[in-house]
Design a protein around this ligand. Structure first.
Ligand code: 5GP
Length: 114
């Protein structure tokens, strides 16, 4: 895949409010938050979309989800709850083509989404 602005955030070429990092995952606050807490968890090894994930990426995707849930617990809002979203391509509303998981929390979410 081509480089995206999320690649630039991983490499610290553009600024971001990074809240979590390990060997495989980086998380930073969304520049246009849709909830009081809105953090994007991204794999350092870039996949463009969820469609590009294969069995070889199962562990990585599991780590991405678990990094988000662990951070939610550490921040103290896991029991109240939160929403995890991965948008895929046009109909999913994806705008940045580096796979990312949105972690939204701090307000009551509604269903179905718009
Ligand atoms: P998508 O629509 O692809 O699922 O989500 C992309 C997200 O990236 C959007 O929520 C958008 O606000 C966020 N975003 C876009 N550009 C930047 C940026 O430069 N910095 C940060 N922190 N977030 C960004």
């Amino acid at each position: 895949m081509g480089d995206t602005l999320f690649g630039k955030i991983i490499r610290r070429e553009i600024p971001a409010d990074i809240v979590y990092e390990d060997d495989e995952v980086v998380a930073f606050r969304d520049v246009n938050p849709q909830a009081p807490v809105h953090v994007l968890f991204i794999p350092k090894q870039a996949l463009a979309t969820l469609n590009d994930a294969s069995d070889a990426d199962a562990t990585l995707i599991g780590k991405l989800v678990l990094a988000a849930t662990r951070w939610a617990r550490q921040q103290g809002f896991a029991d109240n709850g939160y929403r995890c979203v991965i948008n895929c391509n046009r109909d999913g509303g994806q705008t940045v083509f580096h796979l990312h998981l949105h972690l939204l929390a701090g307000r009551q979410m509604h269903w179905p989404p718009g």
